[in-house]
Design a protein around this ligand. Structure first.
Ligand code: CO
Length: 215
């Protein structure tokens, strides 16, 4: 299907989707218009293959979503930080997920030590992850295995960046949540893998260095 045909199909698809939703629940859009109370904040990659809702099997209203190249949570990225602030502080999500994916082009680009112009400052977040874990990564001889491991380590580091925010620390101290999870989507199999980061231990370790005054 050419790009133009795909573009033309979108509005046809939309009308079909509206009809299907109304057929299964005539008040579906009336309920959507009343507000949202998503349980999960999903921070993922913009990659067209790593769809958020479809791979989790969820529908409108269930998950608050933020996507950027290589699922990064930058320390001065007002976009990502505003999403976290609103999702945790106002919507009171119970879970924050950082979801990377194998074959991530952003991580692949970051692994090349070359000038990539405007992308350089963004890729630096991932190159910093490489530098932090250089001993482990350089010990992996197989390049594909090293690439997969950097994708996983990037997810873990971005989870730590979520935990470094004041809104997450304060909410956790006051209410016990949200919990933070690191996942990887395997493009080759469609499988979602939970990296099972030890959230409570990580929160404690982070707060020893980055305590943001939560009481
Ligand atoms: Co990607």
């Amino acid at each position: 299907m050419s790009q133009n045909k795909l573009y033309d199909q979108v509005f046809v698809n939309n009308r079909k989707w509206v009809a299907e939703k109304k057929a299964s629940n005539k008040d579906f859009f009336k309920h959507l218009a009343e507000g949202q109370s998503p349980e999960i904040l999903y921070i993922g990659c913009s990659d067209s293959r790593a769809t958020a809702e479809e791979l989790m099997g969820v529908g409108p209203g269930q998950v608050f979503v933020h996507r950027n190249i290589a699922n990064v949570v930058g320390t001065a990225d007002l976009n990502a930080l505003s999403v976290i602030e609103y999702a945790v502080g106002a919507l009171k999500v119970k879970h924050v997920v950082v979801c990377g994916h194998y074959y991530c082009g952003g991580v692949k680009a970051a692994m090349q030590a070359q000038d990539l112009g405007l992308l350089n400052p963004w890729l630096r977040y991932i190159r910093d992850v490489y530098r932090l874990h250089r001993n482990e990564l350089d010990a992996i001889g197989d390049e594909d295995a090293r690439y997969r491991r950097l994708i996983e380590l990037n997810v873990e580091e971005q989870c730590l960046n979520v935990i470094k925010t004041a809104v997450v620390q304060k909410s956790y101290i006051n209410t016990g949540g949200p919990s933070v999870h690191g996942w990887v989507f395997d493009v080759r199999t469609g499988e979602l893998i939970d990296l099972k980061i030890d959230f409570e231990k990580r929160m404690k370790e982070i707060r020893e260095i980055y305590d943001l005054g939560a009481k």
